[in-house]
Design a protein around this ligand. Structure first.
Ligand SMILES: Cc1cc2nc3c(=O)[nH]c(=O)nc-3n(C[C@H](O)[C@H](O)[C@H](O)COP(=O)(O)OP(=O)(O)OC[C@H]3O[C@@H](n4cnc5c(N)ncnc54)[C@H](O)[C@@H]3O)c2cc1C
Length: 379
């Protein structure tokens, strides 16, 4: 048993940390305020090879392990959860179906440029009336001689305003339950595809989120990603990675919040002493610090299991559940330690507090995850 990251992983983590400290953290507040997609930083992440980390060299990736990928997600989230949200979408859910099930042409025209940061991919599953209940979606895909026709409305789609291609979940057989769900590749500019209302959000405001509308969208047969009837099963193939990665994002935000809390506690003097000298404040930091370490253990154990080719649904669900709740606690305690300055927009504590909420939804809400964990435990 070995609890160390390899030298290569540590070197990579340091390189990402330096990039984030020098180029991301200094502009994170401005990006959030302007609610503006960080185009230049996003492209830079592509140039640095981050988007191709978990893909093989045959498609222009770096062929790194999943643990290294999680280290990258954690470090970017430390600087800006908005950027990290867009990056993680591009690295995993937004490109994975094209990698696994796209044609050579799809890979050449879309995936490979996406891994270089020249094109952007995202996933569109959620609908106005169906979030956790993915099996209920009503976007319909109907087959004929020429291919497929899609109709429906998607909600909460990350980076939709700037995306070049979408992996869209639709029902090919409304009577087949989860087996009736499939994934389709839809490119920007396809007739009938439009981006609807942009959602102005509480947090991760520099990650743009919108509605997506599909009206008589015609697609060739080969844009069905995977064999018909396997879309949900194929999503399951990356679910442990999605949950573990979200756990890594949570670790990054929690680390930023606690570091900020420690610094403030040393700087702020009340009753003649830095507030860090008061046990009430020191114990908050000790408690959150302990919980972050516990979360880190869960996340990287779940990542290690992915690397061993034995992804574990229970453990990755626990990693996501525990670390995202810890991130919310770390951000909450940070705003308390900052006192009324935690309520001021000019300090970073409020951004951590707002951004942390984002971690609670995608990849399964805490309520849904508890249900899954209980089931995995035989309850
Ligand atoms: C910023 C942001 C970006 C997103 N990006 C994307 C994206 O790019 N693509 C995409 O497809 N989706 C995206 N989503 C959507 C996200 O995946 C959903 O929000 C998530 O699946 C939860 O669905 P919902 O919000 O509709 O909540 P609901 O499913 O309506 O749940 C509402 C509440 O009920 C609880 N609940 C629901 N069912 C049960 C149950 N069976 N048992 C107990 N409690 C239950 C939930 O836990 C929650 O507390 C994004 C969301 C956000 C906030």
């Amino acid at each position: 048993m070995d609890f160390h990251f390899s030298e290569e992983q540590e070197l990579f983590r340091k390189a990402v940390r330096d990039f984030v400290a020098n180029e991301v953290a200094p502009v994170a507040a401005q990006l959030d305020e302007r609610e503006e997609f960080p185009v230049a930083l996003f492209k830079k992440c592509g140039q640095l090879g981050y988007f191709g980390l978990r893909y093989p060299e045959s498609v222009g990736g770096l062929g790194a392990d999943f643990t290294t990928f999680c280290l990258m997600a954690e470090e970017i989230a430390r600087g800006s959860l908005s950027l990290a949200a867009a990056v993680s979408m591009q690295c995993l859910m937004g490109t994975d179906f094209v990698y696994r099930f796209g044609t050579d042409d799809h890979k050449k025209r879309l995936l490979e440029p996406a891994l270089r940061g020249e094109k952007l991919g995202t996933i569109a599953m959620t609908e106005p009336d169906f979030g956790s209940d993915l099996g209920g979606i009503t976007t319909r895909a109907i087959k004929d001689d020429k291919g497929w026709m899609l109709n429906g409305r998607k909600m909460w789609i990350t980076s939709a305003t700037v995306a070049d291609f979408f992996t869209v979940a639709a029902k090919t057989d409304p009577d087949a339950g989860f087996k009736g769900i499939d994934m389709f590749l839809v490119e920007k500019g396809t007739k009938g595809l439009s981006v609807g209302k942009r959602i102005h959000k509480l947090g991760v405001r520099a990650s743009e989120t919108s509605e997506l509308i599909l009206e008589d969208v015609r697609l060739p047969h080969e844009n069905l990603l995977g064999q018909q009837g396997t879309g949900f099963k194929n999503l399951g193939g990356i679910l442990a990675e999605i949950r573990t990665m979200t756990g890594a994002l949570a670790l990054g935000l929690a680390a930023a919040a606690i570091e900020s809390s420690i610094k403030y506690a040393h700087d702020r003097v009340q009753f003649g002493k830095p507030i860090a000298a008061y046990q009430a404040i020191a114990h908050k930091i000790a408690q959150v610090g302990t919980e972050i370490e516990a979360a880190r253990g869960l996340v990287y154990r779940a990542a290690w299991l992915v690397d061993q080719k034995t992804p574990d649904m229970k453990l990755s669900s626990m990693a996501k559940l525990f670390s995202t709740e810890v991130a919310n606690k770390a951000a909450d305690e940070c705003t308390r330690i900052f006192g009324s300055y935690g309520f001021a927009m000019e300090y970073e504590a409020q951004r951590y507090f707002r951004d942390a909420r984002f971690l609670l939804y995608g990849g399964g809400t805490s309520e849904i995850l508890r249900g899954i964990i209980a089931k995995e435990m035989g309850v």
